[in-house]
Design a protein. Structure first.
Length: 467
């Protein structure tokens, strides 16, 4: 087989065909990768990308997709079977105005803005790939558990193509309205259960198995194939000069896992010589990876990571009734399903993990917005984490750093309005319980009477900030 699924456990390595719908190895229970025998596949598109625009090698409409124009690096289906709605037309912006906030030199910070995807988040990169595979295997329904972005992405692919019906599972009160509104508007069948994301994730896996519904959460190895392309676009924008650091928010750990796989493959193919370091940033209220990796010392260890340690950690979490809680709802996850793949990525990319507070997240979010890119709170964790790592001396001021902004500002407008507004009651109701006490970088609206002199006076007074 030139393309196959394979268990990521080196001691197992069992292989399966791409036509099989699996979310774990049937032999040992570990996660699966989509793997390629590159000796049987034409030279990857990146060989051409250094001198020829890749769009010239991909037929319309796939050349308009930031996923499928890199088809040669994820060729698990024939290109004509790959579904696109224009995903991946995103930008890497040199962030001169945000860099001083992080402590980096002015020209060393880049923001990869995935909020420009059709559903407003990075999830469309992976959904395009998973949805294509679902249609390929003949599925009629697709399902996911979601804190919001995955559900919006699945729903828009279902609505645009009409090829599969979408079913989403959400926890009670654990989804931002900006995201829920998308799923409802796009016609997804929405199941709200009493519980959080981890409960919804457990139930959707059971229901999908029971009813034969195609599962598109990131335990699906084909979804992570699409998410690899975020890194291809970053490298393309940098003319294939590898940055020093990739910094990404950590929730279910699909992005960090897919990024690690992208760099493993590119390095194996000889397409890059240098591997960037990887920093994964948890919210302090959802810090499973930080605690396991930085405090408990959990490591990939060649695939032989300490499963007893992880079981003890999760058993204690259950016994204590510990639940994730953060304003960064997109990463409000206790039990990341891609933990093992993430450990592999951290190992290969010499990675680190940090946690940041709600205050640090929203201050960073305000600075990102002032620089011209509006993002949801979870996205800002990457910039907040960069600031912390620069202060620690882990990231040098002269390092070239790429932060991933995972979702659009309008995914969660309440947090933005609460931070910048003058209504202290709304501020305290929306942000106070999260531990956010100040709004140092707020752009407060100015209330004036309906009078020309009052308006002119307000426009000519020095700016002030009301905490």
């Amino acid at each position: 087989m030139s393309v196959f699924q394979q268990c990521i456990n080196p001691a197992c390595g069992k292989q399966f065909g791409v036509e099989e719908v699996l979310h774990a190895c049937s032999a040992c229970g570990e996660l699966l990768d989509v793997e390629y025998d590159w000796n049987k596949i034409s030279p990857p598109i990146v060989h051409r990308a250094r001198g020829v625009s890749p769009e010239q090698n991909v037929p319309h409409p796939h050349r308009l997709s930031g996923v499928w124009r890199f088809h040669d690096l994820l060729p698990f289906l024939p290109l004509e079977r790959c579904i696109t709605i224009g995903e991946g037309q995103t930008i890497l912006q040199q962030a001169h105005r945000v860099a001083p906030f992080t402590g980096l030199n002015e020209d060393r910070l880049y923001l990869q803005y995935e909020g420009l995807n059709p559903s407003g988040s990075f999830k469309d990169n992976g959904m395009s790939a998973a949805f294509s595979h679902g249609v390929f295997v003949g599925a009629k329904k697709a399902a996911c558990a979601s804190t919001g972005n995955t559900s919006a992405s699945l729903a828009i692919y279902s609505a645009c193509t009409g090829l599969m019906q979408s079913v989403i599972f959400i926890g009670s009160g654990k989804i931002a309205y900006g995201k829920l509104s998308q799923a409802l508007d796009y016609g997804a069948k929405t199941i709200q259960i009493q519980g959080d994301f981890d409960d919804a994730m457990a139930r959707v896996q059971q229901v999908s198995k029971e009813l034969g519904i195609y599962l598109v959460n990131s335990v699906n190895p084909f979804r992570l194939e699409g998410q690899k392309t975020i890194m291809y676009r970053v490298l393309e924008a940098l003319h294939w000069e590898v940055p020093d650091w990739i910094v990404v928010p950590g929730g279910n750990l699909g992005n960090s896992s897919s990024f690690g796989k992208a760099f493993i493959e590119l390095h194996r193919l000889g397409l890059i010589q240098k591997v960037p370091r990887l920093a994964i940033i948890n919210a302090a209220g959802a810090n499973t990876l930080y605690r396991l990796y930085e405090q408990e010392g959990l490591r990939w260890n060649g695939g032989n990571y300490d499963k007893k340690l992880t079981k003890k950690f999760f058993d204690q979490m259950t016994a204590e009734g510990r639940k994730a809680s953060t304003i960064a709802s997109a990463i409000e996850i206790n039990r990341p399903v891609n933990l093992s793949k993430c450990l592999r990525a951290l190992d290969f990319c010499n990675g680190v993990v940090r946690e940041v507070s709600e205050q640090e997240i929203l201050d960073a979010k305000a600075q990102i917005g002032a620089g011209g890119l509006g993002c949801e709170p979870a996205s800002a964790a990457s910039v907040a984490g960069t600031k912390k790592l620069v202060a620690e001396g882990v990231i040098e001021k002269s390092d070239r750093v790429v932060c991933i902004l995972t979702g659009h500002q309008l995914k969660d407008p309440n947090a933005t309005v609460a931070y910048h507004g003058t209504d202290k009651t709304f501020f305290e109701k929306t942000l106070g319980k999260s531990g956010v006490k100040t709004a140092e970088f707020a752009n407060h609206p100015i209330s004036v009477s309906n009078d020309l002199d009052a308006i002119v006076g307000a426009l000519t007074e020095p700016d002030s900030s009301v905490q």
